[in-house]
Design a protein around this ligand. Structure first.
Ligand code: CA
Length: 228
């Protein structure tokens, strides 16, 4: 059996189709039809990836489930959404989803996205000492960074900020999440201080701060490290 995928989806027809295609692609599939069952399944099945419907019946919708899981897990999450509004998409990503698929979709597309997200997140998980993304290389032990082979001096905050985003290229982080990553979970700081850190960081690593190549701004949400 291949990697275990948890699907949380209340529409039986969609769930069955996605499950069938994923099983044909060699994955083991478990599923739940609401948020409460889904969270329970997540805890005891320990899936390698989750496919999570945004609009679920019952007490917990997809966003609640995503938020609950992200409190203590980095499991890759692909959101399914019937809503096409940009804001919903961004809310999902802000809460830490790795990708999203808008309904209606082809099951083949789901399989392709699952593969892509697993590949992306596995790379970031299997290199704990040195993280390399784009032209940037960070040594976690020595806390040193080089950009295109040239070493740059970062403050502790700038280093933590960069590493947080570099580990998951393309994942959108809100200012609150970045603040938590750099200052610790209990820190009650000003989210705007993140903007200042990002500004300083860009001055040190970006060839052109007016047209950032590595750390991209996600309007009204926060920042992400480039995927390309
Ligand atoms: Ca639904």
């Amino acid at each position: 059996m291949g990697k275990k995928i948890l699907i949380i989806e209340d529409e039986a027809k969609i769930m069955r189709t996605v499950r069938l295609y994923l099983e044909q692609a060699g994955y083991e599939v478990v599923w739940a039809s609401d948020g409460t069952q889904g969270l329970a399944a997540f805890r005891h099945e320990k899936p390698a990836l989750m496919i999570l419907d945004l609009n679920l019946p019952g007490d917990l919708d997809g966003l609640d489930v995503c938020r609950a899981i992200r409190r203590d897990s980095n499991v890759p999450i692909i959101m399914l959404t019937a809503r096409t509004e940009e804001t919903d998409r961004l809310i999902g990503l802000e809460l830490g989803a790795d990708d999203y698929i808008t309904k209606p979709f082809s099951p083949r597309e789901v399989v392709a996205r699952v593969r892509a997200v697993l590949r992306r997140t596995e790379q970031s998980d299997t290199v704990p000492e040195i993280v390399t993304t784009s032209d940037i290389q960070a040594d976690l032990q020595r806390r040193t960074v080089t950009v295109a082979g040239v070493s740059v001096e970062l403050t502790a905050n700038e280093f933590d900020l960069l590493i947080t985003m570099m580990r998951y290229p393309g994942r959108v982080y809100s200012r609150a999440q970045l603040l938590e990553a750099t200052q610790g979970a209990s820190y009650e700081g000003y989210e705007r201080t993140i903007d200042q850190h990002v500004k300083n960081l860009r001055q040190k690593i970006e060839p052109d701060t007016r047209d950032p190549r590595y750390i991209l701004t996600v309007r009204s949400i926060g920042y992400k490290f480039t995927e390309g």
